[in-house]
Design a protein around this ligand. Structure first.
Ligand code: G16
Length: 540
């Protein structure tokens, strides 16, 4: 039986960089999630269609799945494929949507944000190409959420998420599916599993699943299929609070893994993934690979891997990501696109076959095999390269820098700032943009300064105010923008990049190599001066 529940619209349901993210407690308010789900179903026209549903297993995951199933059934959805135990990584959702030609999917995750009752939760809609809904759809969902006066539900028994199989809720079919098998099959099509299996017999590595969704994927793919020792797959059990840790694969939060990789005779390869399995961090022995460099290395070596043997059509990177990939694209004679932060901006380029590889400084890399970034894919790609080249990560990276030059890169995050203070800093800087070009700071001259506007070359849509760029004559850049994924106050991100073509000067610590840019940024933006913070909360 379908019941209508009355509710009032919530004014704060505009999706950010990647869906709607709020504190768990915010989502637990009566009607909050249900209203948003109703707004999704009102927008996506999916009556009688198949949807995919799953999350990263964080606190509130299963309850949210129950709520969404009831509303989906009441809104005439034909069939929902749900990951067993409520689990589906973000790239697996993308893979399953594409493979089963579903109308779309719903991912429940706040990605790299902490979980647990006091942590964060999130919900994101993906469209039929498997990728995050573009802005015109997220804006339509938001507009609808502002008009919602209630939602429809079907009462009745929900399936046991732990048991694979088929059931119905009202007239809607529900299938509880294995979260890993479709994704594992896709990985086997892209990478040389026989070669990897041989290579991994002698490779000392660690993979850190950070008690998040990648655990079951890594166990099956790295463990069962490729023979990696079970104890080398760390923190493989998904936990609702990620074991109290921050499931963000960067040197600051993957501390345990970093320690192992820094030991004498430690592993030669380390990797970690995030809450929902779309991010990746790659480490060599005592050498973190910056995500921007990772994209460039994968692009330069793509032909060594079966799935990309024919070469790549082009590369896309988010604007704040370093220009390391641009140098490779130039040499490969393929285009390199610069998009705003947010994976959703790559979708059109991928669908139009303009690009094969995409990447972001925020530990995201992927290709046209899905329409999301993909953590484990990046790990397998790197391992496949190591196997073919017979060199460790450190040598591959040093070779790359010698050949293409090194883009020293770092991001400084100032988290949970007072929103008014953060907005004032950004607005103040915007106001000064006109006068910055031509200014000299030490040995660096500002060539141009602007607020990045993206003109999508495929559908002509325009996205303005996507981050402020100070571009120097020698190719260095300072970029500053406010994060669209935080849930507390405002997070200001400062991105710093400087190019060093001289191999004799490529071994500096990035913070030292970027020292003068850090000072220029403070001089021009005045983050410390205006926020009172003496240092960033996180440096990656
Ligand atoms: C999301 C988006 C990414 C973006 C990242 C950081 O990643 O999918 O495209 O780069 O957030 O965004 P922001 O700088 O606005 O916080 P994830 O892994 O959180 O879904």
């Amino acid at each position: 039986m379908i019941k209508t529940i009355s509710s009032q619209a919530f004014t704060d349901q505009r999706p950010g960089t990647s869906g709607l993210r709020k504190k768990v407690k915010h989502f637990q308010q009566p009607h909050y999630l249900a209203n948003f789900a109703q707004a999704i179903f009102d927008t996506i026209e999916a009556k009688g269609q198949t949807l995919v549903l799953g999350g990263d297993g964080r606190y509130y995951n299963d309850e949210a799945i129950g709520i969404i199933l009831r509303i989906a059934a009441a809104n005439g959805i034909g069939r929902v494929l749900v990951g067993q135990d409520g689990l589906l990584s973000t790239p697996a959702v993308s893979c399953i949507i594409r493979k089963h030609k579903a109308h779309g999917g719903i991912v429940l995750s706040a990605s790299h944000n902490p979980g647990g009752p006091d942590g964060d939760f999130g919900i994101k809609y993906n469209i039929g190409n498997g990728g995050p809904a573009p802005e015109k759809i997220t804006e339509a969902i938001y507009a609808r959420s502002q008009q919602v006066t209630g939602y429809k539900i079907v009462e009745g028994t929900l399936p046991d998420l732990g048991k694979p199989g088929k059931s119905t809720l009202g007239e809607m079919a529900i299938e509880i599916v294995d979260p890993v098998s479709d994704y594992a099959e896709l990985m086997q099509q892209l990478f040389d599993f026989d070669r990897l299996k041989d290579f991994l017999k002698t490779c000392n590595l660690r993979f850190d699943a950070m008690h998040a969704v990648t655990g079951p994927y890594a166990r099956r793919i790295l463990g069962d299929l490729l023979g990696v020792r079970a104890d080398w797959i760390m923190n493989a059990k998904p936990l609702p609070d990620f074991g109290g840790c921050h499931p963000d694969p960067n040197p600051a939060y993957a501390e345990e893994l970093m320690k192992l990789l820094w030991q004498d005779n430690g592993p030669v390869f380390g990797a970690a993934s995030d809450g929902d399995g779309d991010r990746n961090m790659i480490l060599g022995h005592r050498l973190p690979v910056s995500p921007s460099d990772s994209l460039a290395v994968l692009a330069a070596n793509a032909k060594l891997v079966p799935g990309y043997r024919e070469g790549i059509a082009g590369i896309a990177r988010s604007m704040p990501t370093s220009q390391a990939a641009d140098v490779v694209a130039k040499e490969l004679h393929v285009p390199c696109f610069e998009t705003p932060t947010g994976w959703k901006f790559f979708g059109n380029l991928l669908d139009a076959h303009q690009v094969t590889l995409c990447g972001e400084e925020s530990y995201g890399t992927s290709s046209n095999h899905v329409r999301e970034k993909d953590g484990l894919w990046a790990v397998l790609f790197w391992l496949n390269l190591l196997a073919v080249r017979g060199q460790p990560v450190t040598e591959i990276l040093h070779d790359h820098w010698r050949r293409y030059g090194r883009h020293y890169y770092s991001r400084h995050d100032y988290e949970a700032l007072d929103t008014a203070v953060a907005n004032r800093m950004i607005d103040g800087l915007r106001g000064e943009l006109g006068g910055l070009a031509g200014k000299q700071f030490g040995s660096r001259n500002i060539r141009a300064a602007d607020d990045f506007t993206y003109h999508d070359p495929i559908d002509g849509s325009v996205s303005a105010k996507q981050g402020i760029r100070l571009m120097f004559e020698d190719g260095a850049r300072i970029v500053v923008r406010l994060s669209g994924t935080g849930t507390e106050g405002a997070t200001l991100r400062l991105y710093l990049e400087s190019y060093q073509p001289d191999p004799a000067r490529q071994a500096e610590d990035p913070q030292a190599a970027l020292g003068d840019l850090i000072n220029i940024a403070e001089h021009v933006i005045g983050i410390k001066r205006q926020s009172g913070r003496q240092q960033p909360d996180v440096i990656t």
